[in-house]
Design a protein. Structure first.
Length: 242
């Protein structure tokens, strides 16, 4: 079983670790060993870890990159970075045969992440893709400009959709549904939409559901009056330009 070393123990690091642990030996490298112990995986401190010929995933906060790099010795086989807004040039402060940028989401815990990726070269390509597809679906990008945009869709959009789901469920409660039932119906609606979206353009989905002078088109009218589309554009751009 291949060994994967994950540097960091936050939400994303934890999600990736849980998504990989059935197929790989996962070792967590962390500053706070007590906090990292909750993952029930092997843990190393930075002082006892070197990257020589190892497979490494960076999953800490981007601002800590140079500090972490100063503690690492050796040259990794490949280095996967989950660090937002970090270029390949910046990643070169850590030596590796291949650098790979990815932006998964926390659904990696359930092997359902959407993971945009960009490789600096083709070394270990099949090995890396096999790993990325272990915790979800890997989608190839062409350049760093694409990566910055895709980062919002793969990494941030689930939080946007969570707000939509919570709002719909709360509206159900406001209009008389029990909380548990309202959330159950909302989850089921997202599952139904996912199945439809896998086969049909969203505009067509909307058109097929909206009947003349029906209940759905009235709701669509209310959303359009509130400029929902423009609001999502603004949210997307706010995350992109962070």
């Amino acid at each position: 079983m291949s060994e994967i070393y994950i540097l960091g123990n936050g939400a994303m690091a934890s999600a990736i670790a849980k998504g990989l642990k059935d197929n790989y030996k996962v070792v967590i490298v962390a500053r706070d060993l007590k906090k990292a112990s909750s993952l029930n995986l092997e843990i190393l401190s930075y002082e006892e870890f070197d990257i020589e010929d190892k497979n490494v995933i960076l999953a800490f906060k981007p601002y800590a990159l140079n500090e972490v790099a100063s503690k690492l010795k050796g040259k990794a086989r490949w280095l996967i970075s989950v660090l937002a807004n970090t270029t390949f040039e910046q990643l070169h402060c850590i030596n590796a045969q291949n650098h790979i940028k990815i932006m998964p989401n926390t659904a990696a815990e359930f092997k359902a992440s959407t993971t945009a990726y960009l490789m600096e070269n083709d070394l270990f390509k099949d090995e890396v893709l096999s790993l990325l597809n272990t915790f979800g679906k890997a989608i190839s990008l062409q350049n760093e400009k694409e990566f910055d945009v895709a980062m919002v869709l793969s990494g941030c959009a689930p939080a946007f959709l969570a707000l939509v789901a919570e709002s719909l469920a709360n509206a159900g409660v406001k209009n008389g549904l029990k909380n548990e039932l309202s959330y159950e119906l909302t989850r089921a609606s997202f599952e139904s939409f996912s199945a439809l979206f896998n086969h049909t353009h969203p505009a067509i989905i909307k058109e097929k559901i909206c009947s003349p002078a029906g209940v759905t088109i009235k709701g669509i009218e209310a959303l359009e009056k509130r400029a929902l589309r423009g609001t999502f554009f603004e949210a997307f751009n706010a995350s992109l330009n962070k």
